[in-house]
Design a protein around this ligand. Structure first.
Ligand SMILES: C[S@@+](CC[C@H](N)C(=O)[O-])C[C@H]1O[C@@H](n2cnc3c(N)ncnc32)[C@H](O)[C@@H]1O
Length: 318
């Protein structure tokens, strides 16, 4: 099935000084942080970003993609994911990004970082169902395999899971079941068709970030390729902390695709490595979570969509 998300690397370039500052204290390997490659015909800016050791970090921003194409289709914009440069990065670099980060005292992002190119109500954008997948089959398989290793075994008594920003698929292992699996999303037709859900809630988290659930009631929260659409991430992450049981696991996964007009500016102007830092920052500044960790589960670097996880557990004391 064709994938549906476009690369996020289109909008107005911004120099991510904030993230560069964060990196200065990270022990991450020196790697080039790239967005997906732009086609040779598209105007392109290569911006020297940050030098760590001898290796310059660069931010490559591509322009010229069709706005309309993206609103209909989030597939890889420049002829498929196989060409993308994310593959040039050794997978271990992502795994290292959140190790030994010295976070600034204050949340380093500004209000403008959470603006989108399209600020019309999200309910309009998600009005029509999209029965598509947003990452390619290999990336989905990698995510499902990851879930099979970290989710509670199927049919474990008392287990509740929330799939945030859900659709008609959650990518859990085939036949996966729990007493309670709630999907939250924007499109009822999609959620209705999701076979793994035992219930669903349609709610715009950018309008109302409060999660309509009891304190300490979920074992796991998943969010697949959608954390970049949250304009009030700290409010949502605070709510995630509230509803997770102590020790509960939050798994944010992402690739290098998105509906870029709907993704927040700090996401669309930065690359995969930065995205790890952004999600890590959400956990860190929310508080009450273990230090977040990143895993690169990209299945075939360079030949399929990359797939990354940033996860954390609610502290037992939170
Ligand atoms: C790219 S799709 C991913 C869907 C699903 N997680 C998957 O992997 O197929 C983005 C999802 O984010 C959800 N979403 C986007 N904006 C949202 C918002 N403001 N509030 C709640 N959910 C939102 C939509 O319901 C949509 O299904």
């Amino acid at each position: 099935m064709a994938t549906y998300l476009q690369s996020q690397c289109r909008p107005t370039p911004r120099f991510p000084l904030v993230l560069a500052g964060l990196y200065a204290s990270s022990t991450a390997n020196s790697v080039n942080a790239y967005c997906s490659s732009a086609p040779s015909s598209a105007p392109r800016i290569t911006q020297k970003w940050k030098t760590i050791g001898k290796t310059p970090r660069r931010l490559v921003l591509g322009f010229g993609a069709s706005f309309w194409a993206q609103s209909l289709n989030m597939s890889a914009p420049f002829g498929g994911s196989g060409k993308f440069l994310a593959s040039a990065r050794p997978s271990s670099s992502i795994d290292q990004v959140l190790k030994n980060v010295e976070w600034p005292e204050q949340f380093p992002f500004k209000d403008e970082d959470f603006l989108r190119f399209d600020e019309s109500p999200d309910s309009l954008f998600y009005e029509a169902p999209r029965f598509v997948t947003h990452i390619d089959d290999s990336a989905i398989r990698a995510l499902t395999k990851y879930y099979s290793e970290v989710l509670p075994p199927s049919n474990t008594p008392g287990v509740s899971i929330l799939d945030m920003c859900s659709s008609w698929v959650s990518h859990y292992p085939a036949g996966y079941k729990q007493e309670r699996i709630v999907g939250m999303g924007m499109n009822e037709d999609e959620l209705k068709r999701n076979p793994v859900l035992t219930e669903y809630v349609v709610q715009d988290l950018n309008v109302n970030p409060n999660l309509p659930f009891e304190d300490n009631s979920f074992d796991v929260i998943t969010n697949v390729v959608s954390v970049d659409y949250l304009t009030k991430p700290l409010d949502v992450f605070r709510e995630m902390r509230r509803i997770l049981k102590p020790g509960g696991l939050a798994i944010m996964s992402f690739s290098n695709r998105c509906f870029w007009t709907k993704a927040i500016s700090i996401w669309t102007s930065t690359g995969d490595t930065d995205h790890v830092m952004i999600i890590g920052a959400y956990f860190h500044y929310t508080g009450g979570f273990e230090p977040p960790q990143a895993v690169d589960i990209s299945p075939n670097p360079g030949r399929s969509d990359p797939m990354y996880i940033v996860y954390s557990r609610k502290l037992n004391t939170a």
